[in-house]
Design a protein around this ligand. Sequence first.
Ligand SMILES: [Fe+2]
Length: 331
Amino acid sequence: MQLTDVAGQFKAGQPDVFPAVILNNKSLTTVEQCEQWIVQNQAELEKQLSQSGAILFRGFPVGSAEAFDTFKASFGNPNFFYKDSLSNAVRINFTERVFTANEAPKDVEIYLQNEMAQTPNYPDKIFFFCLNPADQGGASPILRCDLLFNALLEKNPELAKAFSEKGVKYTTQMPGEDNRESGQGHSWKSTLSIETVEQAEEKLARLSYSWEWQRDGSLKATTGKLPAVRTLDCGRQVFFNQIIAAYMGWSGVREHHQDTLRFGDDSEIPKAWLEEIAELSEDYVYDVPWQAGDVAMVNNNLAMHGRRPYGGESKRQVLVALGAAKANIQG
Ligand SMILES: [Fe+2]
């Protein structure tokens, strides 16, 4: 198998080219061979993932949601089921652990984020699989969170220090009913995987949220203080959060960001800082140019991801499966 360079990857210093790209040299022709190859090479692949932040597998015999499910399962990591998350993005399950990346309309950009970093439960790994690419656009931008943090530290040390020390709190509105037209349209019952008001309150309290029920039946929930910057085991400091996605993409947040995003001590985040972060992030993005059959494995601790808008007739289908360290799963 060939570890190769594709033009435009970020070379943050060998060997952590971002993303690493592995091309199947046609020696693997069945899903079963793929499974065997992953098991034999897992230690090396995991090492590559922790150094680089993302691996793009191209030319592997993965042609369906079921084959992708097997590919993912070959890594043997604990599963992180979407139903266990506290994300309110609308998704559709294909198999128990494979679901659509996001059902938001195609002209909507999904901005950069660490998966589920706006909640206390987040996966360690994200596996993306391109069943069918878009005719135009639809790439998945990915970004190395340590490179972004270092750039912030250099450009605006006060900003970097404030986010490191204070952390961040997110406030979300969960509608009373599911709304498929919105990228964030899950109701509070679906988001929290519960049925009653009492169960919702019990779960939120256990996860250190505060909340207010709204007259229209929706639920406004605010997280406890969550990290905005983390130090990984390898020592790298990472800008780890959903600040860009929330500020740029969640409805109305750019206009009234203080209702949704605050520092962990409830103080206001300067709007100019949020603009600065969003702008700077674009300098560090690599757009994964999807081809049918591609699988990308992303280290959620070290890399953010998003989705570019897309157009054309054919239906873009990028599927997702999540993997987690057990310690991260609560609630
Ligand atoms: Fe995501």
